[in-house]
Design a protein around this ligand. Structure first.
Ligand code: GLN
Length: 277
């Protein structure tokens, strides 16, 4: 049975897909733009094209992120390759990148040394290098498949990053940075909204317990890895700002503050490390 573009999109809607998701999936499969799809409702699909499209629609209806089905997601102006080995980059994390870029706008005597801990697809590290090319950027990731994807994104965009396989600070022993940014796993282990995120890698979403252990580990290690006056910026859950600010203050950070995400929820907190006081 062969069918038309319009009929395939109608079937996708019947499976529960949003119109935009259906158009993006079909456009991807046919290598056509959404504008083309809209103008060619009567164009015929082969039976194979139709079946492959409906298979993708069923996966989407089952909750698989659109980014995995398309194989890519735009983050801070960069199109990144993504797959189930990495968390889908979220617009909320652009808040963290914007804050880091504001801090990097203050000139230093040398090229700023920057680290991204738990880089996943490479999103934060690559966005910072893209927008602040003189920065020397290190990125650390504990998952080898994720790091492979991050490297591929760096190569594709010709952005030079020092990639490290390892656990948080461990590959950076003896090194200090002017700015460290991280979007670690922070969802509480029993958070009911994890069910909706089941297609994404669990270790990238939750450290278990109250969700604060990775954040606390990063804060604890930071003083040994920041230059005097260096900043640590952390993404966290929208109900964790007070806890993260307390971790930073207790560790001796100054200028501790929180920034809101696009929805206005407190999403990142950070502070400045002053060695001599
Ligand atoms: N912000 C993501 C979510 O709640 C989680 C990201 C993370 O754990 N770092 O959907």
């Amino acid at each position: 049975m062969s069918d038309s573009v319009g009929a395939a999109l109608t079937q996708a809607r019947a499976l529960g897909l949003h119109r935009l998701d259906a158009q993006l999936l079909l456009g991807r499969q046919l290598q056509q733009t959404r504008a083309w799809l809209i103008a060619h409702e009567d164009a015929a699909l082969s039976a194979e094209q139709q079946q492959a499209f409906l298979a993708l629609c069923r996966r989407r209806a089952d909750g698989e992120p659109l980014a995995y089905l398309l194989g890519e997601r735009e983050f801070h102006g960069l199109m990144l390759q993504v797959g189930p080995e990495v968390l889908v980059p979220r617009p909320d994390t652009e808040t963290l990148v914007d804050w880091a870029l504001q801090l990097l706008a203050t000139p230093l005597a040398c090229a700023p040394e920057v680290a991204d801990l738990g880089t996943g697809s490479g999103a934060i590290a690559l966005a910072l290098k893209h927008r602040h090319p003189t920065a020397r950027v290190c990125a650390v990731e504990v998952s080898a498949p994720a790091l492979g994807l991050a490297r591929a994104n760096g190569t594709h965009h010709r952005l030079q990053i020092e990639w490290h396989l390892g656990d948080w600070w461990q590959p950076l022993a003896g090194r200090r940075f002017h700015l460290v940014a991280s979007n670690p796993p922070y969802v509480a282990g029993d958070d009911p909204h994890l069910a909706a995120l089941r297609h994404e890698p669990a270790p990238a979403l939750t450290p278990g317990g109250d969700g604060l252990s990775a954040l606390a580990h990063i804060v604890r290690g930071a003083p040994a890895h920041l230059h005097d006056g260096g900043w640590l910026l952390l993404e966290h859950g929208h109900e964790q700002a007070n806890a993260v600010c307390r971790l930073l203050a207790d560790a001796g950070f100054t200028a501790v503050q929180t920034r809101a995400d696009l929805a206005g929820r407190p999403r990142c907190s950070g502070g400045r490390w002053t060695a001599l006081r």
